[in-house]
Design a protein around this ligand. Sequence first.
Ligand code: ADP
Length: 165
Amino acid sequence: MIEIITADITTLEVDAIVNAASNDLLGGGGVDGAIHRAAGPLLLKYCKTLGGCRTGEAKISPGFELPARRVILTVGPVWSGGDAYEAPLLRACYVNSFELALENAVHSIAFPGISTGVYGFPKEAAAKIALDVMLQYEDRFDRVIACCFSEADAGLYRQVLKAKL
Ligand code: ADP
């Protein structure tokens, strides 16, 4: 069962939360900024050793001061109209995050709406991709959480999920 919740992802007690990071992995605004603030300065120190991350790929770090044990850092595509492989790149973020989770004995995982903030990916199209991949992987996890940041986003996710089932 995919859980669709409205919450600040930094508060979740799960094996891993996913961060919508930037290519340099050096922190930014939005969910990335919130995760760095909650994890403490050791996260940035650790991220500096990871050598950045290509768009669509994923890396993993400890959770440091977060209630979550790990942070999976993935870099979503910047929306530039839809003809720049944004959809397959966003799908790759979810797939690579799940694969990294499986390799690291992560049994519960929470995702934010990757690319749907500053990166401008249209929310409904992004929710379709996110839920499509979540449905592919949910059987291999105890908990798969779509962590929305507003009730409106959660409503959209519920509507998209209902249409898929
Ligand atoms: P991107 O640069 O990938 O677009 P953003 O951080 O700007 O990343 O936004 C991604 C999504 O994360 C948005 O839908 C935003 O509402 C949501 N978000 C922002 N802060 C949090 C948070 N603390 N917990 C969960 N989701 C958040």
